[in-house]
Design a protein around this ligand. Sequence first.
Ligand SMILES: [Zn+2]
Length: 491
Amino acid sequence: MLACVSSATLTGALGQSVSVEVHVSNGLPGFTIVGLPDAAVRESRDRVRAALLSSGLPWPLRRVTVNLAPSGVRKGGAGLDLAVAVGVLVATGQLPPDCANELAFCGELGLNGSLRHVPGMIALADATAPLELVVPLCDVREASLVRGEAAHGVSSLAELAQILRSRGEWPAIPPAPSSALPPDLPDLADVRGQPFGRHALEVAAAGRHHLLMVGPPGSGKTMLAERLPGLLPPLTPEESLMVTRVHSAAGRPLPDGVLVSHPPFRAPHHSASLVALIGGGSWSLRPGEISLATHGVLFLDEMGEFPVAALEALRQPLEEGVIRVSRAGGTVAFPAQFLLAAAMNPCPCGEGVFDGACRCTDADRARYTRRLSAPLLDRFDLVVPLARPDPEQLLADVPGEATAVSAARVADARARAAARGAGGTSEPPLHPKAAGLLAAKLRQGALTARGLHKVARVARTVADLVGAEQVDEEHISDALCLRTARTVVNR
Ligand SMILES: [Zn+2]
């Protein structure tokens, strides 16, 4: 008469274990579901009933009450369907009473009794440990990333009922497709000219420096930014699992091999809502674009067009590497460790002050750049001016340097920095002339104390990229060049 089946629900990027209690009693036929269900969970009644009937299993013409415990946690999505169905089958004696004791179930039911994909399977699988977990066959490789042999996949409710009744063997986990090709990333060879933009990109990738590109339309800002993920090293296994976890919780399609192995690139439009950007939602809390960009690149094109609230929301993740989202459904922290790349026109007309064709008034320009607060602007180590490439460079049919060549230099530079970090001397020596140049800039008022520190950091990356042991004057001048556009956007 009473059955208790384990399952899990998704809150943010984390799973929460749920106990599904099903009580079947005499009385007027009916179905009640309690325990803070959302609309999708409430509708499970119709799906479960149709799925049972389609699978040749009778639906009880009695009173069915389903309680989802703990009652204080909101339950969302259709992933509880399978646990409710198993509970009904056990409570009505169609399955042996102890068959589901050591198991947890997560899956959405189709009306024909098939099992369907549920988002966030990695988090759900975590939450159901140490019980063995039964999921739709299409989700089993995702679940087995964290649960290994304890994850089982079935394709239909009828198949599951058969296995539980006869204590049969679970179907084998389908192997990963061997042709898991790397994604077709855009290559730097397609970019004509722009030596300075390419250099800035390389420095950003090598030293994890946030990059703001300022230039008129047609200067190739977007093209360059799209090629930044190709310069980053492939994800480590831990990074890969974290990125996959976030993408899974957001309901994003995962690659064929299930694990996301390359740094993601996210480029939200400036009209995207704050929730889409930072995550949340009124009921179920979902990761937003900045979390999907974790261990990859977040690109804000036309940064001057983003609402001030969206730009200010970036400050916390840029400092802490996480974003905390509070909603009626509770507060959750999402990972948000990304490399920020942004692009903007120097002024509303786009022509800027570089080549003197600007038609804007000073007031127009001030209004345009006011959206960028000084603290946000301070997060960018690199603020580079870009001009349109020469027509000659555009017309010359000479391909640019390929991504692979540039990425190799980035990998070398990162290895050098890592070796220094391991040796305990993270600061390479500063050549006396380099120190003198920095001191002079500070005295002239061209640099603040904070700016000085940033220039020194960028100069170190520049030195690492050319394999220099010491940071000298040339590297400092290069680092100073890589922030010259600050005067345009900081007024
Ligand atoms: Zn203008």
